[in-house]
Structures are given as structure tokens and as C-alpha cells.
Ligand binder design. Structure first.
Ligand SMILES: NC(=O)c1ccc[n+]([C@@H]2O[C@H](COP(=O)([O-])OP(=O)(O)OC[C@H]3O[C@@H](n4cnc5c(N)ncnc54)[C@H](O)[C@@H]3O)[C@@H](O)[C@H]2O)c1
Length: 326
């Protein structure tokens, strides 16, 4: 297994794969982008180099990154030629199981046995995809979020046969290219999509039941619990609100909406043991052990900063009104 990544390739240069390849090249690591043919790959690398320059002109990136992308991003002729001498291949072709299998089989047959292979699949279990990979102990999921150049989080998903070394090298690599990798379990949808799709499924129900319009659901989400989520995860939020409070809320919602709102032993055990969160210093997350005044002061600075940021993003409010000239 390779100990570090000095050359990479991305297969599938669309929305995700293009951003992933540009991020890698922007961090100074040579990266080849492969698509259905060389013409498409060249078109995409040209677009990505242009996009990088535009972003720098808008102040989103510095000139060093523009230069790094122009120097280190290249277009590949095909999978077989392009992956033969790299340490990492990230597969980002469309979310079609048969296509993923064919593509991963081609990649793993052409790469060296030491080469790390990752899939950027959004939902497909990594253990299923591993069936078509030669030397599957070097295979894992690396799930970037959209827009891939700007969202820091990447889910690193070993299947049961992934070597520990592969997880280590993948995590180090993602940190090196400026991401925040988190290693998680191999379940359909992983963590991020399982959570955000649960929210979306509930949002659809609210609209289908006639409770709200999509616009209302979005407005409430943005202006209330969504406001918290960049700084505090669901468990930290529950610790701040009070675990007993959350238990009571889930009881009412379970009565009305059924078992999809049912509490679990994790919450029940905490509350019966008297761990109520920040208010009594014991909860699910480390945050509960801190001084409530200190937590409150930090939380307040975050909310004030977020409010100012949102007000300063030019054009954001305009997106809530339809454009009629398209
Ligand atoms: N779009 C998102 O928000 C998002 C977020 C996270 C993960 N993903 C996942 O990333 C993967 C790619 O999604 P996307 O949105 O970038 O799709 P996309 O359609 O924008 O890009 C797919 C690219 O793969 C190319 N391609 C198709 N067949 C190919 C082949 N045989 N060989 C080489 N290239 C081929 C296409 O030409 C296209 O450029 C999917 O698994 C998707 O689930 C998507």
C-alpha cells in the first residue's frame, strides 16, 4: 500500500469529480482528470482552470492556487493509461451501480496493487462496490460534499475489508488538500446523506400534507435550527436544549407521527441516569461539561457573526424572488 499520495487521478470529471481534481491540483499534487474521452476531459480541465481564475478574481482563492491548478491539473486519454502510475484514484462517475462496477474493475486492473482506490458514491454501500475491485483491501469510500471545492467535510468510509493503512493514508491525504476527513461506518447514505435526506423526506411530507409550502419550509429551516448547524451538531444542540426536553418532544411527536420519531436507548439511558445536558454538566457531548456562561458567550458570538455574514452576501435575498427573463 502506498504510504503517501504524490500523484492522483479522478475518473469522471463532472460536477463533483471536476471540483475534486481541481482541489487536489490546487494543493500542489499532480492530478489527471479522465472522462468519457480526451476531448471531454480537456474541455473540463480548461473550464476548471478558468473557474479557478474567476474565483481568484472574486477574492475566493489566492493566485498561488490559480497557478497550482494550471500547473498540476491535466486531462487523461483513458483510464488504462492514466491510472497506471498514480498513488490514488478517485472514481466520480454517475451514481449507477453497473457503471460504478465496470469503472472500478477497469481502474483496479490498470492501477498498481499499491494504489489506493476510492469511490465518491453518495449512497451505494462501499462493501458492494468492493466486489469489482482487485486487491479490495486498498478500496474505500471518500465522499466529498457539493460544492466539493468549498465544503470542508469528507466522509472516509472503509468497508469491512479495507486495510487500516488505507484509511490512514486517505485521511492524511484529505487533510493535506485542505479537507476535514471523518472516518465513518459503511451504511447506505453514510451519515451526511442519511441525515439530510431524512430532513428532506420530512420536508416533502409537510408540503404533501398541506401544512406548508416549500418556501415556508425553507424559510423556517434557514432561520431556525439551520442557523445552528455550522457551529453545533445535533447532539451538541440537544445538550444545550436539555436532553429531558428533547425526550419529551420526541414522545409527543411519536404519538402523532409514529415510530420514525421514537427515542432510542442512547437518549433514554442518559435521561434516566440524570444526564440532562449543559444545564447539569452531564450529557452526550463534551460541550455539556463546560460552563454554561462560557458556552453561551461563544454561541452568541457565532450567531452574531453569522447574521452579519448572511447580510453581507450580495444577491442572497434576491434568490428568494423568481427571475422572469429565463
Ligand atoms: N452532485 C452532487 O451533489 C454529489 C455530491 C456528492 C457525491 N456525488 C456523487 O459523485 C458522483 C458523480 O456525481 P456528479 O454529480 O459529479 O455527476 P456528473 O453527471 O456531473 O458527472 C459525472 C461525470 O462522469 C463522466 N462519465 C460518465 N461515464 C464515464 C465513464 N465510463 N468513464 C469516465 N467518465 C465517465 C460524465 O461524462 C460526467 O462528466 C456520483 O456517484 C454522485 O452520487 C454527487
Amino acid at each position: 500500500m502506498t504510504a503517501s499520495i504524490t500523484r492522483a487521478a479522478v475518473v469522471g470529471g463532472g460536477y463533483m469529480g471536476g471540483g475534486i481534481a481541481a482541489t487536489i491540483a490546487g494543493a500542489g499534487i499532480p492530478c489527471t482528470l479522465i472522462d468519457v474521452d480526451l476531448t471531454t476531459a480537456r474541455r473540463r480541465t480548461d473550464e476548471l482552470i478558468g473557474e479557478t481564475a474567476n474565483w481568484a478574481a472574486d477574492g475566493l482563492l489566492d493566485q498561488a492556487e490559480v497557478d497550482a491548478v494550471a500547473t498540476h491539473l491535466s486531462a487523461g486519454t483513458d483510464i488504462e493509461e492514466s491510472v497506471a502510475a498514480v498513488d490514488l484514484v478517485i472514481e466520480a462517475v454517475p451514481e449507477v451501480l453497473a457503471l460504478k462496477h465496470t469503472t472500478l474493475a477497469r481502474i483496479s486492473a490498470a492501477a498498481t496493487p499499491e494504489c489506493l482506490i476510492a469511490s465518491n458514491t453518495s449512497t451505494l454501500p462501499i462493501g458492494t462496490l468492493a466486489e469489482s475491485v482487485e486487491h479490495p483491501e486498498r478500496f474505500l469510500g471518500c465522499h466529498w460534499m457539493n460544492p466539493s471545492r468549498l465544503i470542508p467535510g469528507v466522509e472516509i468510509i472503509p468497508w469491512t475489508g479495507t486495510a487500516e493503512e488505507a484509511v490512514h493514508v486517505a485521511s492524511e491525504f484529505h487533510t493535506q488538500v485542505g479537507k476535514r476527513p471523518t472516518t465513518i461506518g459503511d451504511v447506505p447514505g453514510f451519515i451526511a446523506n442519511r441525515l439530510q435526506h431524512a430532513l428532506f423526506a420530512e420536508a416533502l411530507k409537510l408540503v404533501d400534507e398541506g401544512v406548508a409550502t416549500p418556501e415556508t419550509v425553507d424559510e423556517v429551516s434557514r432561520n431556525s435550527f439551520g442557523y445552528r448547524l455550522a457551529a453545533f451538531g445535533p447532539f451538541e444542540v440537544a445538550d444545550m436544549a436539555g436532553l429531558d426536553v428533547y425526550q419529551s418532544c420526541l414522545e409527543v411527536e411519536t404519538e402523532h407521527y409514529g415510530d420514525r420519531f421514537a427515542s432510542t436507548p442512547l437518549l433514554e439511558d442518559q435521561v434516566s441516569a440524570g444526564s440532562l445536558g449543559l444545564k447539569n454538566g452531564r450529557g452526550i457531548t463534551p460541550l455539556a461539561s463546560h460552563d454554561p456562561e462560557v458556552v453561551g458567550a461563544i454561541r452568541n458570538r457565532y450567531f452574531r457573526g453569522l447574521t452579519s455574514l448572511l447580510e453581507s452576501v450580495e444577491g442572497l435575498e434576491g434568490l428568494r424572488h423568481p427571475r422572469h427573463d429565463r
